[in-house]
Design a protein around this ligand. Structure first.
Ligand code: ADP
Length: 602
C-alpha cells in the first residue's frame, strides 16, 4: 500500500501551495459567487466596525452630554448596522454553501472519472469500501478548506483590521499594549496545528477501515452467517469503532487547547484595559466615550481574532483531506496511451503473443515471481483457441494482458500485426468483447445491462441479442420484462441467467475478438445447455480465446494451448495432443473424461 501513507514532515510552503492549488483550480468557476460572498462579508465587517465606532457617541453624546436630539439618530444607525449584518450573513452563508456544494460535486466527478482511468494494479492494492469512505470524508474537508479561507479572509480579517484601526484611532498606546497577546497566541496555535495533522490522517484512515469493513460485511453477509463469524466480526469492528472514538476525542482535546489559552489572554487584555481606563476616567475626569468605544471594539475584535487564530488549526485538518484527494488525482493511470498511439485497425483479428513476459509487480522482480515466462502463440482469425492448465498457471493473466489491464514487461502482443502497446486503449478495448467467469450485473434494468455492451444499441438489437443468448424467454417472464431492475432491490436471477445476460452484452458489443472465461460453477443440465448454445452463437466467426473448463469446448477448439507455471508446454488440436505419450493434456483428458467428472479442466 503506497497510497495514503503517513507523511511525517510537511514543508510549510507545501501548505500554502496546497491552498493555492485548490483555489486556482476552483476560483475562476465561482468568481461571481465569491464576489457576492465577499460583499456579504464586507457588509458584516463594516457594520461591526461601525458598532464599535459609534459607542463613543453613544456614551459621550447621549449619556454624558445628554443630547436627546441625537438619540433617534444614533439608535437608528445601530439598528441599520444590525440589519446590514443580518443581510450580509445571509448572503455570505448562502453563497458559500452553494460554492461548497458545487465544489463537492466537482471533486466527486473528478475523482470518479480518475478512478475509472486507473489501472487494475491500483484496485489490487485498494479495497473498494475503504476507497469510497476515504473519498467521502476527504471531499467534505476540501469544501471546508475553501469556505474557511474565504470566510476568514473576507470577513474576519477585514473585521479585525477595521476594529484595530478604530482602537488605534481612539487609543494608540492602549492598542499597542493589547496587541501583546498576539505572540503567545500564535505560538499555541502553531503547536496545536502540528499535532492535529497526524491525528487527522489517522482518523480518516480509521473511519475508512471502519466503513469499508461494514460494507464488506453486509456484502458477504451469507458467508458471515454460514461461518458464524458474527462475534469475531463484531469484536473487530468494535475495536475499530473504539479506536476511532478515542482518536476523534484526541483531535477535540488537542484542537480545543487553543480556546482556554486565547480566552485567558483575552481576559488579561480586557481586564487590564478596563482597570486602566477606570483609573483614568476617575483621575482625569475625561468623558468615558472614547474609552468605551475602545473597549467595545476590543471585545468585538476578540471574536474574529479567535476565529482567525483557530483558522490554522481547522485548515490543518482540511488540508490533510485535500492532500489525500490529490494523492488519488495525481496518480498517473498506468495504461495511458502513448503520445504517438494510433487507433487499432482490426482486419480479421489475429492475436499473436511474442515471447511475452510478465510479473504483477514492477520490473526486475526475481524470476520466480514471473507469471508469464516467455509465452508465444497465435490465435488465428475466426478460430477458437482454448487455454487449459492448472489453477495458477497464468491463464487469466494472459486474458488480462490482451485487454491491456496491465502492460507486458517484455515481448509483444499483436493484433493483426499491430503491437497493442502502441494503440489507444479505447480502440483496443472496443475491438474486444469479454465474458467473465462471474457475470457482473450493474445497477439498472435488464436492458441497461445488455446495452452496456454498446451504448447506441437499439431496442431491437437488444432483443435480438437476448434471443441469440437464450435469454429472451426468461427476460419476458420477469415482471417488467426488459425494464425489470436488477441488482440490489431488483429481480433475482440465477447463475445461468446472469451468464446469458452477460453473453447478450458481449453480442451487442459485436467485437471481432472474444475473450471468454468459462464458468467453473456447475449449472443444471438445462441451463448449461442454453449457456453453451449461446456461447457457440457468439463464438462463430470471431477470434475466440477461451479459458476452457468444459471438455466440450476444449475438444471442439481449433487449437489448444496447455499452460504450466507461466509457460506453454503443449499446443495443438485435441487429436494431436491426446496422442502424446505421457503428455500433460493427455493425462488431463484421461482424468476429466471419466464419466463422473463432467466439468472440468483447470
Ligand atoms: P490461472 O488463471 O491460470 O489460474 P492466474 O493468471 O490467475 O492463473 O495467476 C497466475 C499467477 O499470478 C498466480 O501465481 C497468481 O497468484 C498470480 N496473480 C494473479 N493475479 C494477481 C494479482 N492481481 N496480483 C499479484 N499476483 C497475481
Amino acid at each position: 500500500m503506497t497510497l495514503f501513507k503517513k507523511k511525517k514532515k510537511i514543508d510549510p510552503a507545501e501548505t500554502t501551495q496546497m491552498i493555492r492549488r485548490v483555489l486556482s483550480e476552483n476560483f475562476s468557476d465561482h468568481k461571481l459567487s465569491y464576489a457576492k460572498a465577499i460583499a456579504g462579508s464586507l457588509m458584516i465587517s463594516g457594520a461591526t466596525v461601525f458598532v464599535g465606532y459609534i459607542m463613543r457617541d453613544v456614551i459621550n453624546d447621549i449619556f454624558y452630554k445628554q443630547r436627546a436630539d441625537l438619540i433617534a439618530y444614533i439608535a437608528g444607525s445601530i439598528l441599520l448596522a444590525f440589519v446590514l449584518r443580518g443581510l450580509g450573513s445571509y448572503i455570505q452563508a448562502v453563497q458559500l454553501a452553494k460554492i461548497g456544494n458545487n465544489l463537492a460535486a466537482i471533486y466527486q466527478k473528478r475523482v470518479f472519472a480518475h478512478l475509472m482511468k486507473l489501472g487494475l494494479n491500483f484496485y489490487n492494492d485498494h479495497r473498494s469500501g475503504h476507497l469510497a469512505a476515504q473519498i467521502n470524508q476527504n471531499i467534505g474537508g476540501m469544501r471546508d478548506l475553501m469556505n474557511m479561507t474565504i470566510t476568514s479572509l473576507a470577513r474576519d480579517a477585514v473585521m479585525l483590521v477595521g476594529l484595530i484601526c478604530i482602537m488605534v484611532y481612539q487609543e494608540p498606546y492602549l492598542s499597542l499594549y493589547s496587541l501583546l497577546i498576539a505572540p503567545p497566541l500564535i505560538l499555541t496555535v502553531t503547536y496545536v496545528s502540528r499535532r492535529i495533522r497526524t491525528v487527522t490522517r489517522e482518523v480518516v484512515h480509521l473511519n475508512s477501515h471502519l466503513l469499508g469493513a461494514m460494507q464488506e460485511t453486509t456484502q458477504g453477509i451469507a458467508i458471515v452467517k454460514a461461518f458464524t463469524m458474527e462475534d469475531q466480526l463484531r469484536g473487530k469492528i468494535n475495536g475499530l469503532i473504539e479506536l476511532a472514538e478515542t482518536r476523534s476525542n484526541k483531535i477535540a482535546s488537542v484542537s480545543e487547547r487553543v480556546t482556554p489559552i486565547s480566552e485567558i489572554l483575552a481576559g488579561i487584555a480586557i481586564a487590564s484595559v478596563i482597570a486602566y481606563a477606570g483609573y483614568r476616567a476617575i483621575a482625569e475626569q475625561q468623558p468615558p466615550g472614547t474609552m468605551f468605544a475602545f473597549i467595545t471594539s476590543m471585545m468585538l475584535a476578540y471574536d474574529p481574532a479567535r476565529r482567525l487564530a483557530r483558522l490554522q488549526v481547522s485548515l490543518e485538518r482540511a488540508l490533510v483531506n485535500a492532500r489525500m484527494i490529490y494523492e488519488i488525482l495525481d496518480l498517473q493511470p498506468a495504461q495511458s496511451d502513448r503520445p504517438d498511439a494510433v487507433e487499432l485497425k482490426v482486419q480479421n483479428g489475429t492475436v499473436r503473443f511474442e515471447d511475452v513476459q510478465f510479473a504483477y509487480h514492477a520490473q526486475g522482480t526475481p524470476e520466480h515471481q514471473q507469471v508469464l515466462k516467455g509465452v508465444s502463440f497465435i490465435a488465428k482469425a475466426g478460430e477458437t483457441t482454448a487455454i487449459v492448465g492448472a489453477s495458477g498457471a497464468g491463464k487469466s493473466t494472459l486474458i488480462a494482458l490482451i485487454q491491456r489491464f496491465y502492460d507486458v514487461n517484455d515481448g509483444r502482443i499483436l493484433i493483426d500485426d499491430q503491437d497493442i502497446a502502441g494503440v489507444t486503449v479505447n480502440s483496443l478495448r472496443h475491438s474486444i468483447a469479454y465474458v467473465s467467469q462471474q457475470p457482473y450485473l450493474f445497477e439498472g434494468t435488464i436492458a441497461d445491462n445488455i446495452r452496456y455492451g454498446r451504448p447506441d444499441t437499439t431496442e431491437e438489437e437488444i432483443i435480438e441479442a437476448a434471443k441469440l443468448a437464450n435469454a429472451h424467454e426468461f427476460i419476458i417472464r420477469q415482471p417488467q420484462g426488459y425494464d425489470s431492475p436488477v441488482g440490489e432491490n431488483g429481480v433475482t436471477l440465477s447463475g445461468g441467467q446472469r451468464q446469458r445476460l452477460s453473453i447478450a452484452r458481449a453480442i451487442v458489443r459485436n467485437a471481432p475478438i472474444l475473450l471468454l472465461d468459462e464458468a467453473t460453477s456447475a449449472l443444471d443440465n438445462d441451463s448449461e445447455k442454453r449457456v453453451q448454445q449461446a456461447l457457440e452463437t457468439i463464438m462463430k466467426d470471431r477470434t475466440t480465446i477461451v479459458i476452457a473448463h468444459r471438455l466440450s469446448t476444449v475438444v471442439s477448439a481449433d487449437k489448444i494451448i496447455v499452460m504450466e507455471a507461466g509457460n506453454i508446454v503443449e499446443e495443438g488440436r485435441h487429436a494431436d495432443l491426446i496422442s502424446i505419450e505421457n503428455g500433460i493434456y493427455a493425462r488431463f483428458y484421461q482424468l476429466q473424461s471419466a464419466p463422473e467428472n463432467e466439468t472440468l479442466i483447470g
